[in-house]
Design a protein around this ligand. Structure first.
Ligand code: ADP
Length: 188
């Protein structure tokens, strides 16, 4: 099973991805985590991505698509992948369609986690306080920029995937357990 978790920053994609890993034996492909690792390692990709990420903007499609393509060539993806934070633009969605076709993989479902902007700002402020700001992009000001970017660049993917008949929507405002149940329900 290959699925996409789609939703705004702070919607809980990472949290639910970890549960899907535990419950369904899938691997999590988080472009945010991969890019943060590249920044930490000081690799070429990391050097290009650092300032863009800190500003709450999107890393270029070419870089992100390259990172995903390489990751999909690793054998552990064969049991199924949860795409978390990717695709984030129409160009990335089209590139993913191509990559999956090339690699003989199919997309089973796109789970949209719906959460209002207001609730997200509250959540991010809480996460920033709890983690002591270990993520350079975890603050209310950057979140507002990231939400703008989400509505402009990523939200159009909801219609893109609705058109494929693979879109499933869950209410991401509910408790973590309730969202996990809702996701299991739409995937069953
Ligand atoms: P969150 O899970 O909080 O929504 P991520 O960890 O997925 O955020 O992403 C953090 C940052 O990494 C983004 O704001 C962006 O700069 C960069 N990034 C992650 N995935 C992508 C992507 N698919 N395309 C472009 N930039 C990305």
């Amino acid at each position: 099973m290959n699925i996409i978790l789609l939703g705004p920053p702070g919607a809980g994609k990472g949290t639910q991805a970890l549960r899907l890993v535990a419950n369904h034996g899938l691997i999590q492909l988080s472009t945010g985590d991969m890019l943060r690792a590249a920044v930490a390692a000081g690799s070429e990709v990391g050097l290009k991505a650092k300032a863009v990420m800190e500003a709450g903007q999107l890393v270029s499609d070419d870089i992100v698509i390259g990172v995903v393509s390489e990751r999909l060539d690793q054998p552990d993806t064969k049991n199924g992948v949860i795409f978390d934070g990717f695709p984030r633009t129409t160009a990335q969605a089209e590139a993913l369609d191509k990559l999956l076709a090339e690699k003989g993989m199919t997309l089973d479902a796109v789970v949209e986690m719906q959460v209002d902007d207001e609730l997200l700002v509250g959540r991010i402020e809480k996460r920033a306080a709890e983690t002591g700001g270990t993520r350079a992009d975890d603050n209310a000001e950057t979140l507002k920029k990231r939400l703008k970017v989400y509505h402009a660049e990523t939200a159009p993917l909801i219609d893109y995937y609705r058109g494929t008949g693979k879109l499933r929507t869950v209410d991401g405002a509910k408790s973590i357990d309730d969202v996990t149940s809702a996701i299991s329900g739409v995937l069953a």
